[in-house]
Design a protein around this ligand. Structure first.
Ligand SMILES: Nc1ncnc2c1ncn2[C@@H]1O[C@H](COP(=O)(O)OP(=O)(O)OP(=O)(O)O)[C@@H](O)[C@H]1O
Ligand SMILES: [Mg+2]
Length: 411
């Protein structure tokens, strides 16, 4: 019986024979040349094992013929072998030069320390200490954190892990996220098909905190997490292996909604999550924006970090955001200023050194009426700013243009 590698070698030989005279020393062929040879084997397309291997692609529609020793066996029996070798990842690469190298059939892309770094500007508030206690306990106790955008949900979990020196793996969920992304799948690596653990399996095996960020963007393809949220481990069908979570593994999910969708359209893309899925989170924390006192501390700290300390500016910004949030809650305005946006304004100020310009560029994203009302409110709160500051900015630009014109006329 012809072995798969014999067929591959026969194909390569035919390529060499037909096009060797045209190619350079590396035996680079175009896709058309490969197809031409393929047709002599009764195939319509160039072989997938050659063109789908990124190691062979050297340019647009250009492929390097692999040397004999680089041809690896990629067929069904490899998958069975991968499962068998799960316990002992070290194995030999098939290599006719007899040199033994390591090919990991179960691979982790995570190396080294995955404890998040401490953020010097972080200020704890709300349920942070409860989240921290759960993370410190190393108990399996899934948490669902819900709240409006940019109020520190993700940062809070990250900082709790940093403070408690707990490893954390963050996965940003989208509507496309599926079992392959979460649990793992077969990947092509160095010309070999290898099983690569997904973040969920990695977190289970390491005993890390798994942060499922923005879980409400998910489709029902995340239902594979169901048994994992019970804490008992999961049977991974593709490698025929049961993975038991190590001590310390737990799950934290964050979302802008409570998994019931967003009827007013504010959080487009959010989905209604399966009720049984939500039921597996024992507790939910509802995170609101920080109080005026806490938020002033955050923004003052940020201005200091950016080398533009100005506590009065921080206070004005926070009071401004507070009024907008109250109006938003009463239905008076459709947009809200998040803590994240205040941080953006602080950074813009450190660049432009103009408060009103910083507020303006960071509110430009809202529709004209909303933006004008936000700007108007800010000028009322901060008596130190003058709307003419913005005109000066325009004049500055026109000066620049004039300068440019002058210099052109000299040329
Ligand atoms: N407690 C805090 N201390 C310091 N900065 C904070 C704090 N909370 C929020 N911030 C600032 O706000 C930004 C946004 O926070 P984060 O990304 O955690 O928000 P989020 O609630 O996860 O938002 P989203 O729902 O959009 O994902 C942070 O990068 C940080 O600059
Ligand atoms: Mg977030």
């Amino acid at each position: 019986m012809t072995k798969p590698n014999d067929k591959k070698q026969a194909f390569l030989d035919a390529c060499m024979e037909k096009f060797d005279a045209n190619s350079n020393g590396d035996h680079i062929l175009t896709i058309h040349q490969l197809k031409e040879v393929a047709s002599t084997f009764g195939m319509k397309y160039a072989p997938q094992w050659l063109v789908k291997n990124p190691a062979n692609k050297v340019g647009k529609a250009l492929f390097k013929l692999p040397a004999l020793g680089e041809i690896t066996k990629v067929h069904a029996s490899r998958l069975v072998q991968a499962a068998e070798q799960y316990e002992s990842p070290k194995t030999e690469k098939i290599d006719n030069t007899e040199t033994k190298t390591e090919a990991a059939y179960v691979v982790s892309s995570l190396t080294g320390d995955i404890v998040p770094e401490k953020d010097p500007n972080f200020v704890s508030f709300g349920d942070y200490s409860s989240v921290k206690s759960i993370i410190a306990s190393k108990k399996f106790y899934p948490i669902f954190i819900t709240g409006l955008s940019g109020n520190g949900k993700t940062l809070g979990v990250t900082q709790a892990c940093a403070e408690k020196k707990r490893e954390m793996i963050r996965v940003n969920i989208t509507i496309e996220t599926d079992e392959d992304d979460l649990l793992g799948g077969y990947r092509l690596r160095d010309g070999q098909t290898v099983w690569q653990n997904g973040p969920v399996i990695e977190a289970m095996e390491r005993g890390s905190v798994l942060l499922l960020d923005e879980i409400d963007l998910a489709s029902n393809k995340i239902m594979c997490l169901q048994p994992i949220l019970e804490g008992n481990g999961v049977f991974v069908k593709k490698i025929n292996k049961f993975i038991k979570p190590k001590l310390g593994f737990t799950v934290v999910a964050t979302a802008n909604t409570k998994g019931k969708g967003s009827e007013d359209g504010q959080f487009i893309g959010t989905n209604v999550l399966n009720e049984a899925f939500l039921e597996r989170f024992p507790i939910t924390f509802e995170q609101s924006y920080p109080s005026v006192r806490i938020e002033t501390k955050i923004i003052s700290g940020m201005l200091e970090t950016e080398n533009v300390p100005d506590s009065a500016f921080a206070e004005n910004l926070v009071n401004w955001a507070d009024i907008i949030r109250k109006t938003y809650n009463e239905g008076g305005v459709d947009e809200i200023i998040s803590t994240r946006r205040l941080v953006h304004i602080a950074k813009a100020y450190s660049i432009f050194k103009n408060k009103l310009k910083a507020v303006e560029v960071c509110t430009n994203r809202f529709d004209t009426d909303t933006k004008e009302s936000f700007m108007d409110l800010y000028t009322k709160i901060d008596s130190g700013v003058n709307p003419e500051d913005l005109l000066e900015k325009t004049n500055d630009n026109s000066d620049d243009i004039e300068d440019d014109e002058d210099s052109q006329s000299v040329i």
